[in-house]
Write a protein that binds this ligand. Structure first.
Ligand SMILES: [Zn+2]
Length: 479
């Protein structure tokens, strides 16, 4: 059964969102003896301590209560679903001269001059790059030479889990989207309880500097999963992210469902996204996040062969994922107030699980940045028990330098295999890493929950994601 994409998104997103609430044995801040703070917040136009209901008629009305809200937050009524909101943006606030290096990475190579880069030298925006170019052909050869065994699965059919029922439940694939299956190499949590590996996906965008300004004001850093097409569009903003001490990871060139692509297309998506980051920053990222979390063992193996660690987000059960849902505000399948309820539940769940956590958020849209700086991040900073916010590489106990090929000394954080031709050979680190990566990439599946319920739930997630992808594609010409 395959529903029309947009209809499926609208119909299916609600059960997924609603499912955040009932299954949560939530413990609020009251357990720490600070109940007074749990219901104290301030929203422009609302009295402190009062739950706020959504004013949107087409979306479910929900109420939430956060420990704090930014006094300068954009009112929820001005964060409008179903639109591409235009609002004032800061632009890149600082221009860094070529040769600059971030203070947090002592051995960083000089940063290139982004003004010498020409988009004409990169693939078309928001399309999977051609695989017959000399560059991609070289990367294909590099992957073959890596020694990593690529599982011989066919690409999945478009339409996600319901269009691939047999594959969806095939544990050999370890298809995270459909079963929550993770490989031992996947990063889905931070190890230390109450530590949040903060991540933002799909930028850089014109709204990213607003987020960076809040980060700067509050001494925060996080991990940014960047789309190659956005990087070549906003190289100065990527440099600003990097220079401020944030971790930069890849998020493909055009944001496709990676399991639907051929091996060669996967290599082209990852290769160009890595290359453009290297060209703008001078460093090669060692991490990536699959768009929509759409990853299986074939995609994982190729990513490993290209030197990338796979980072997803925390998933406690098929119905309890650490996804704010913010991505779906522009798609009009979730209200801002529902995103805040999701966030409230995520914070509650963070007090229950025994590890830290990683949350899915985005810096592509005005609405998602407004939600982060106005509500989500202030609530996290005020939350009790106290949360520790860090980039993922740091929550794992490593340094920013461990996050890049050129600066990772391969001692504390061994490199994923890298035979990638853009990579400097001086690191000489591929050997030892290759052995462990190979073993992990082809096996080590854990937590295959399977079952009809998870398939249905992820059908909703995939469908919602597809609708948002259409917006993303449309934005490609706007941003
Ligand atoms: Zn994304």
């Amino acid at each position: 059964m395959k529903l029309p994409v947009l209809a499926a998104a609208a119909a299916a997103a609600l059960p997924t969102i609603a499912a955040h609430k009932p299954n949560l044995p939530r413990q609020g801040p009251a357990s720490s003896g600070s109940a007074a703070t749990s219901s104290t917040f301030s929203v422009p136009g609302y009295a402190p301590g009062v739950s706020v209901a959504s004013s949107f008629s087409t979306l479910p009305t929900v109420s939430w209560s956060l420990p704090s809200v930014n006094p300068t937050a954009i009112p929820l009524s001005d964060i409008v679903p179903g639109t591409i909101t235009t609002q004032s943006t800061l632009g890149a606030t600082t221009t860094f001269p070529a040769g600059s290096t971030p203070t947090g990475i002592p051995n960083a190579p000089p940063m290139p001059n982004w003004q010498t880069l020409s988009p004409a030298n990169y693939p078309a925006l928001d399309k999977t790059p051609p695989t017959d170019s000399p560059q991609v052909q070289q990367w294909i050869q590099d992957v073959q030479n890596s020694g990593i065994a690529i599982p011989d699965f066919q690409p999945t059919q478009p339409g996600g889990c319901p269009a691939n029922l047999e594959l969806a439940s095939n544990e050999t694939l370890c298809w995270w989207t459909c079963t929550g299956c993770t490989a031992s190499t996947d990063i889905t949590t931070c190890p230390t309880k109450l530590t949040w590996g903060v991540t933002h996906d799909d930028g850089p965008s014109p709204y990213t500097p607003n987020l960076l300004q809040y980060y700067n004001q509050n001494d925060l850093t996080g991990t940014f999963f960047c789309i190659g097409s956005r990087v070549i569009s906003y190289p100065a903003i990527l440099q600003e992210e990097y220079m401020a001490g944030n971790q930069i990871c890849a998020h493909t060139w055009s944001h496709p469902y990676m399991t639907t692509l051929t091996n060669e297309e996967i290599i082209a998506e990852l290769g160009w996204s890595i290359k453009v980051i290297k060209d703008v920053l001078g460093v090669t990222p060692l991490c990536w996040r699959p768009p929509y979390g759409d990853v299986d063992n074939r995609v994982r193996a190729i990513a490993t062969a290209m030197g990338l660690e796979t980072i997803i987000w925390t998933r406690v059960s098929p119905t309890v994922t650490f996804d704010t849902g913010d991505f779906n505000i522009p798609g009009d399948t979730i209200s801002p107030s529902q995103v805040l309820l999701n966030w409230e539940n995520i914070m509650g769940n963070a007090t229950i699980i025994n590890t830290g956590f990683i949350v899915l958020e985005h810096d592509l849209f005005a609405q998602t940045v407004d939600m982060a700086v106005g509500y989500i991040l202030p609530a996290a900073l005020a939350f009790q028990p106290k949360l520790t916010l860090k980039p993922v590489i740091e929550c794992l106990g490593f340094t920013l330098a461990d996050g890049y090929l050129e600066t990772n000394d391969n001692t504390t954080h061994p490199l994923p295999t890298s035979s990638f031709s853009n990579a400097p050979s001086a690191t000489g680190a591929a050997g030892s890493a290759q052995a462990s990566a190979s073993g992990n990439a082809s096996g080590g599946t854990t937590n295959p929950t399977g079952g009809a319920a998870s398939v249905a739930t992820n059908n909703a997630l995939l469908a919602a994601g597809t609708a948002a992808a259409a917006i993303l594609a449309a934005l490609g010409t706007l941003l």
